[in-house]
Design a protein around this ligand. Structure first.
Ligand SMILES: [Zn+2]
Length: 142
């Protein structure tokens, strides 16, 4: 069974250096019942941060996130368009979800079904794949 595409998930977890502590922004003076929002993915914010805040070259930003330049640019564009939409039309911004791994986590990969999952670095190495129970797992190389 192909588990990696089951929920339309991207193949590679995006590496993210910063997960913001505050994850909800709301325009002043609009009651919650009338408020619309956009959901900004953590990796979209990371792409915007690397390119426009840290001023990384796009090639380098993609490398840091562990994805292709094309994938990074896709996150970048989609993040920007959400932020602009929120600013122009007074929408809330919620930073959540996505498919990423932060600095204190590591990614394991099952050699049997290519399933990838993340776990905190402080945790013990898992014994088997949570999807297929195969013991052939390894740490995803950077
Ligand atoms: Zn597996």
């Amino acid at each position: 069974m192909e588990s990696k595409n089951r929920m339309g998930r991207p193949k590679c977890l995006r590496k993210v250096s910063e997960v913001p502590g505050i994850n909800y922004f709301k325009p002043r003076g609009i009651p919650l019942t009338e408020l619309e929002g956009v959901e900004l993915k953590v990796e979209e914010l990371e792409a915007m941060k690397l390119v426009y805040y840290d001023r990384e070259k796009r090639e380098q930003a993609a490398k840091r996130m562990g994805v292709s330049r094309r994938t990074m640019e896709r996150e970048l564009k989609s993040g920007l368009s959400k932020v602009i939409e929120a600013l122009l039309y007074g929408k809330a911004i919620e930073i959540r979800g996505g498919y990423y791994v932060s600095d204190d986590e590591m990614v394991f990969r099952c050699l049997n079904d290519k399933h990838e999952w993340k776990a905190e670095k402080s945790m013990r190495k898992p014994r088997e794949c949570p999807e297929c129970s195969s013991k052939k797992i390894k740490v995803r190389e950077e």
